[in-house]
Ligand binder design. Structure first.
Ligand SMILES: [Cu+2]
Length: 334
C-alpha cells in the first residue's frame, strides 16, 4: 500500500494532496483522485458514561429508572488523532458523544484512513458508500484490511466517486456510517461507530474545507439501543450518540441559521426509531415533516431553518424508547 505519511504534517488530521497515483487492490485497481484527505484513527478501550450528570435531565422527578442502575461501562471507541504520532486527539464536538471522528470528503477526493488498533481484539473499519477494493473493504474474510490484530495497523484507501456523493435529490452533503466489521454486531454495540459526510463537488467551502457552503451547522444523531446485559430491559441504554435522558449536549444553533441534521440508526430489531424535533419542521427530500423514520443502518440528511427560540426536545417517538431515555434537547438562540 502507498505510504502518504511523509507527505503530510497535519495538525488537523485532514490534509489534501494533489497527485495522481494508483492503488493496486486484489484483482482490481482504482485511480486515486486528485485530493487526498488523510485521517489517523485509533481504536481504544474507554470508560463510557451514558449519563454524565447522573440525572434524568428531561424529567428530573422520574429519575433514570431501571436504566440508571449502572451508567458507566467499558466501551471501545474510534479516536481521531492529528497525525501519525497518535498523541494529540482531534477536537470533537460535544454533540457527537460516543461517535468516532467526523470524517469528511468531497466528490473526487480520496480518503486515506490510517488505523491503529490499540485494543485487545481484532478490529477493522468498514465504511458505507465509498468505493473500495477488496483490501479496503474492512470486512469479509481474509483480504488485507478485513481484520487488524491488536497493536496492528492498516491504511484504508477509499475513493469518493460520484456514486459516493449526493444524488440529484439529495442535499449538498450526505451521511455514511462507518464501523468495525468482524464480529459486527458485537463491535457496533461496543461503540465502534462513526459517520462520514460527503459534499457534492463544487459545494465545498474550499479545497481545504469540505464543509458545505450552503449550510451553517451540521449535526449528527445516531439513535441506537446499546445492549449491556443480555437484552434485559435494565441493561438496555436507549441512546442518542451514546447518551440517555437528555445528557447529550451541544446541539446549539440560532434563529435563521441553515441547519442540516444527519440522522442514522444502528442495532437490532428494536432499533426502529421515529425521530421527532419539537419547535421545528424539517425538509426531507422535498417532504415536510417533523418526524423521520430510521431502521438499523438507515442514514438520512434533512434540513431546517429554526424559526422559534428555545430549548427543544429531540427524541425518539416510539413510546418504549422515549420512556427509556432516548431523548435530548437542541437549543435555538434568538
Ligand atoms: Cu426509538
Amino acid at each position: 500500500m502507498i505510504n502518504f505519511k511523509r507527505n503530510f504534517n497535519s495538525r488537523y488530521g485532514n490534509r489534501i494532496l494533489t497527485l495522481i497515483v494508483f492503488v493496486m487492490g486484489v484483482g482490481s485497481s482504482f485511480p486515486i483522485q486528485a485530493a487526498v484527505r488523510e485521517y489517523w484513527i485509533a481504536a481504544e478501550k474507554v470508560f463510557w458514561d451514558y449519563a454524565p450528570s447522573s440525572q434524568n435531565l428531561i424529567d428530573p422527578d422520574d429519575g433514570l429508572g431501571v436504566w440508571g442502575r449502572s451508567i458507566k461501562y467499558k466501551k471501545y471507541r474510534y479516536i481521531g488523532y492529528t497525525d501519525s504520532s497518535y498523541s494529540i486527539p482531534l477536537l470533537q464536538a460535544e454533540s457527537m458523544g460516543i461517535l468516532g471522528p467526523q470524517l469528511r470528503g468531497v466528490v473526487r477526493d480520496t480518503i486515506v484512513v490510517h488505523f491503529l488498533n490499540k485494543t485487545d481484539r481484532p478490529l477493522s473499519i468498514h465504511s458505507h458508500g465509498v468505493l473500495y477494493s477488496k483490501d479496503n473493504e474492512g470486512a469479509d474474510g481474509k483480504s488485507a484490511g478485513a481484520s487488524v490484530p491488536p497493536n496492528g495497523s492498516y491504511d484504508y484507501t477509499w475513493i469518493v466517486d460520484e456514486a459516493a456523493g449526493p444524488g440529484p435529490s439529495d442535499p449538498s452533503t450526505i451521511v455514511w456510517l462507518y464501523h468495525s466489521h468482524i464480529m459486527t454486531e458485537e463491535e457496533i454495540n461496543l461503540g465502534l461507530i462513526g459517520a462520514l459526510l460527503i459534499t457534492r463537488k463544487g459545494m465545498e467551502n474550499s479545497d481545504s474545507d469540505p464543509f458545505p457552503r450552503d449550510v451553517d451547522h451540521e449535526f449528527i444523531s445516531l439513535f441506537m439501543i446499546f445492549n449491556e446485559e443480555n437484552d434485559e430491559e435494565s441493561g438496555l441504554r436507549h441512546a442518542v450518540n451514546g447518551r440517555i435522558f437528555g445528557n447529550l449536549n451541544g446541539y446549539e444553533t440560532s434563529i435563521g441559521k441553515r441547519v442540516r441534521w444527519h440522522v442514522a440508526a444502528l442495532g437490532n430489531e428494536q432499533d426502529n426509531h421515529t425521530i421527532h424535533w419539537h419547535g421545528q419542521t424539517v425538509l426531507d427530500h422535498g417532504r415536510r415533516t417533523d418526524v423521520i423514520e430510521v431502521f438499523p443502518a438507515s442514514m438520512v440528511s434533512v434540513d431546517m431553518i429554526p424559526r422559534s427560540p428555545g430549548s427543544w426536545l429531540l427524541h425518539c417517538h416510539v413510546n418504549d424508547h422515549m420512556m427509556a431515555g432516548m431523548s435530548t434537547r437542541w437549543h435555538v438562540l434568538p
